[in-house]
Every structure is written in structure tokens, then in C-alpha cells.
Design a protein around this ligand. Structure first.
Ligand code: ATP
Ligand code: MG
Length: 262
């Protein structure tokens, strides 16, 4: 079955796009059929996947407004996953959708047309909780929440959790929290360790064991239009996202083996 995962956090710059793109690449490397949807008008995931948002003809905008089919807009990428590109046009789509019928479920309806073509669909959300993100949460089975381990990280989470609750109540009762992912982690930073502890205290096993370290190669890769697996496979950043993909795949395959007592 296709698993649809929204990568969301309304806080800006926490690693949503970096996670969506590099997890897509790591899952594709593990032979999963992956579609990455760039639902952010900034178009950062599109650029990071090696597709120029300035020249792309069809994006999520036309798909949401039903001016093109989703098949027409999807493109293959060098890293082996497919991309539904995003650009500034998504802002216009969001505005136009405001007055439309079933405005929250446009993306869900379009994704249904893909049948079981993909194993995983990852949606990179913008740093807002408006209609584009609500469309992602309505279409998704799970929400992956990147959290930068710094002061105020937990405070910001409550509005996201409220939105998830509201979407569950009205639009998508089976929406789950896929997991909270610690990003840009710096082990030498005491505050980071403290926030990380609080996260595990609050969210228990909803916190991924994999931790994404702060790694300059991850920050450099998008300007080369490459995910980290193609840009620098030996980097700690690549290892971390490959590890995260592995953790998710093991989870899908059932519970991880329980270590024998003693
Ligand atoms: P926005 O809310 O604007 O969409 P975002 O949540 O998608 O932001 P990213 O764009 O992924 O966040 O990351 C913000 C910045 O931090 C980018 O410049 C990115 O390259 C950098 N960055 C992300 N993760 C890491 C990391 N693990 N190590 C170093 N730099 C990182
Ligand atoms: Mg982003």
C-alpha cells in the first residue's frame, strides 16, 4: 500500500525540505518507488532535487486547480525518485482554492488517481498551517515532524499538534504522527541535549531513533541540485538520512526484533 507522509512544521528553517529531499533519495536508493511533492511556493525541494522551478511548466498549482493531470506534471529526477514540482504559483493556487468546493481534499483526490504506483509519497509542506498544509495533512497517512533541538522548539509544536487534531476531527480521522525527527543536532550543545530529552519524555517512541546531525554537506547539496546521496555519499549527513530510511522501512516491515532479555 502507498504510504503518504507529510513533512510538516510551521516553524521555518527546521529542516523540512532537507528531510523530504534526502529521505526521498535514500528510500529510492533502497529500491522504493518514491514520489516527492513540493507543496511549498518557495520551490526549495524542486531546486534541491535538480529541477529548475523557474522553467518548469506544470507544478502542483495546475494539479490542485485541476488544470493539468498529476501524471502530466510529475517528472523523474536524477536520484531515482519522481517529483511533483512546486513554485511561486502555489501561492496563487492556495488563494484560488479558498473559494472552491472540497478545497481541503484537492491533493488527496489527485493522489487517489495514482493508485498504487508509489510505495511512498513524501510531501514537503510550507512553513505555515494554511490551506496547502491542510491539503497535505488531509491526504496523508502520517506526519513527519522535523524538530530543531533548540529553545522554543516544543512551544511551536503545540499549534502543529492542534492543527493535526482539528484535521483528524473533521477531515482525516486516521492521520497518525509518523514521528518526530531531531534535526541539525549538535552533540556539543547542552541545550540541544536537553530539548532532545524533553522530546523523548513527551513523545516517547514517536521520536525517531535516528538523529540528523548538523552537517555542512547537507547545507551545500541543494545549491548543486543534488540530494546528499549523490552530492557526498560518505558524509555524516548522508549516513543519517540513509539510517532514517532504514528505520522507517524496518518499522513498515513490522515491529523491530525485541532484544532477548538479559
Ligand atoms: P522552510 O520553513 O523555509 O521551508 P525548512 O524547514 O524546509 O525551511 P530547510 O530548508 O530544510 O528547512 O533547512 C533550513 C536551512 O538549514 C537550509 O539552508 C538547509 O540547507 C540548512 N540545513 C538543514 N538541515 C541541516 C543540517 N542537518 N545540517 C546543516 N544544515 C542544514
Ligand atoms: Mg522548506
Amino acid at each position: 500500500m502507498t504510504r503518504i507522509i507529510a513533512v510538516a512544521n510551521q516553524k521555518g528553517g527546521v529542516g523540512k525540505t532537507t528531510t523530504a529531499v534526502n529521505l526521498a533519495a535514500a528510500l529510492a536508493e533502497a529500491r522504493r518507488k518514491v514520489l516527492l511533492i513540493d507543496l511549498d511556493p518557495q520551490g526549495n525541494a524542486t531546486m534541491a532535487a535538480g529541477i529548475d522551478k523557474r522553467t518548469v511548466r506544470l507544478t502542483g498549482c495546475e494539479v490542485l486547480l485541476e488544470e493539468a493531470t498529476i501524471e502530466q506534471a510529475i517528472q523523474p529526477t536524477e536520484a531515482g525518485f519522481d517529483l511533483l514540482p512546486g513554485s511561486g504559483d502555489l501561492t496563487a493556487a492556495e488563494l484560488k482554492l479558498m473559494d472552491s468546493l472540497a478545497r481541503e481534499s484537492r491533493l488527496k483526490d489527485q493522489l487517489a488517481k495514482l493508485g498504487e504506483r508509489y510505495d511512498t509519497i513524501l510531501i514537503d509542506c510550507p512553513p505555515t498551517l494554511h490551506l496547502l498544509t491542510v491539503n497535505a495533512l488531509t491526504a496523508a497517512h502520517g506526519v513527519l515532524i522535523p524538530v530543531q533541538c533548540e529553545y522554543f522548539a516544543l512551544e511551536g509544536l503545540s499549534s502543529l499538534l492542534d492543527t493535526i487534531k482539528a484535521v483528524r476531527a473533521r477531515l482525516n480521522p486516521s492521520l497518525e504522527i509518523e514521528g518526530l525527527l531531531r534535526t541539525m543536532y549538535d552533540m556539543r550543545n547542552n541545550l540541544g541535549n536537553e530539548v532532545s530529552l524533553q522530546l523523548t519524555k513527551h513523545f516517547g517512541d514517536k521520536v525517531f531513533r535516528s538523529i540528523i546531525p548538523r552537517n555542512v554537506r547537507l547545507a551545500e547539496a541543494p545549491s548543486h541540485g543534488k540530494p546528499i546521496t549523490l552530492y557526498d555519499r560518505e558524509s555524516r549527513g548522508a549516513a543519517a538520512y540513509i539510517g532514517l530510511a532504514g528505520e522507517m522501512l524496518r518499522r513498515d516491515g513490522g515491529p523491530e526484533p525485541v532484544a532477548a532479555a538479559n
